[in-house]
Write a protein that binds this ligand. Structure first.
Ligand code: SAM
Length: 306
């Protein structure tokens, strides 16, 4: 087999470093400001447009000019010789590098033969119902440890039957209210999920307090509820709202009003996304965006951290 000349490793590493600087520029907004500025422009003009310190912009431009990405004109003026769509797409891709770097400390641990095995997480399915989701997660991730809780004993009995029939060993079901979880569960879970629970719950504040306590500091919580707005004028002629509200009238609202003390809040589907988000934030959680949809857009899922 003919031996191929290896690629220039030194150049590859230099290009990699420049990609990091380019990606940083995309994330910080320098690239966006550059695109919006009349080119060729000076470092001062770009710094002004970006609202950044001139010396940093000078150094960023020098970096990219050294790599041939930025073009240098007379009188120390600069331009970007690429069309906007290409710059934004490649900037977006390069911007992934710092995100990947965040995982390096964890990756250094798990790569070792005796390092942690993947998917050794703990998950709480709060309001697990018949246990389908908890059993599925347990089956998909046999190294994980999953606990499903529900306040309804009939649901827990069904969940246990489900678990037995599927032969899942790493899942446990407990009948308890989400607002009073075992005292030794503090910081226990990597994930807490609540599927179609929050808008049904009689005491959502108690649940949020307990989620805050049992979620570990690096953990994620996620809740799924019908994707409807909290404001009636945004629900008119909305097919999701039309589909969900009949169930709310007959099931979700009565359940949310069913607190033994008689002070159930009566959330139901009409509680909607915005008020759910406010409630989560009121309890000191930070809502995080997962995927492309902005966290302020009405949607089914909401993900949050301590
Ligand atoms: C619509 S069901 C969803 C069940 C399951 N998560 C699913 O997606 O199939 C809502 C469940 O939440 C439970 N639930 C509501 N409020 C609760 C609370 N405060 N504590 C525990 N379970 C609760 C109900 O008993 C019910 O089983």
């Amino acid at each position: 087999m003919a031996s191929e000349e290896p690629r220039d490793l030194e150049q590859i590493v230099r290009d990699g470093l420049i990609t990091l600087v380019f990606g940083f520029g995309y994330r910080a907004g320098i690239l966006d400001s550059f695109i919006k500025t009349q080119q060729p422009c000076s470092a001062e003009e770009l710094a002004k447009q970006a609202g950044m310190k001139v010396r940093y912009i000078e150094e960023w431009l020098s970096c990219l000019a050294a790599a041939g990405i930025v073009r240098v004109h007379d009188d120390d003026r600069f331009s970007l010789p690429y069309d906007e769509a290409k710059l934004r797409l490649q900037g977006h891709i390069a911007g992934v590098i710092p995100v990947l770097c965040d995982s390096i400390p964890e990756l250094e641990k798990v790569i070792k033969t005796d390092g942690p095995r993947g998917n050794q997480f703990t998950l709480l399915d709060l309001g697990c119902g018949y246990g389908w989701n908890a059993c599925r997660v347990g089956q998909l991730y046999p190294e994980s440890s999953v606990i499903g809780v529900d306040m309804d004993q009939i649901s827990i009995d069904r969940a246990m039957e489900e678990q037995k029939s599927r032969g899942v060993k790493n899942v446990q079901f407990i009948c308890t209210v989400g607002g009073h979880l075992p005292s030794d569960w503090t910081d226990k879970f990597d994930f807490v999920v609540m599927k179609q629970v929050m808008h049904n719950a009689p005491s959502v504040d108690d649940i949020m307090k307990e989620v805050k306590r049992v979620l570990n500091p690096d953990g994620f919580a996620a809740a799924w509820d019908p994707p409807v707005s909290s404001y009636p004028n945004e629900q008119a002629n909305n097919k999701h709202a039309q589909l969900c509200f009949p169930f709310s009238v007959f099931s979700c609202l009565p359940m949310s009003l069913s607190d033994l003390s008689g002070v159930g809040e009566g959330l139901g589907d009409g509680w909607g996304y915005q008020r759910k988000k406010e409630k989560i934030e009121e309890h000191g959680f930070r809502v995080v965006q997962c995927g492309d949809v902005d966290v302020n857009t009405v949607q089914e899922r909401i993900v949050f951290k301590k």
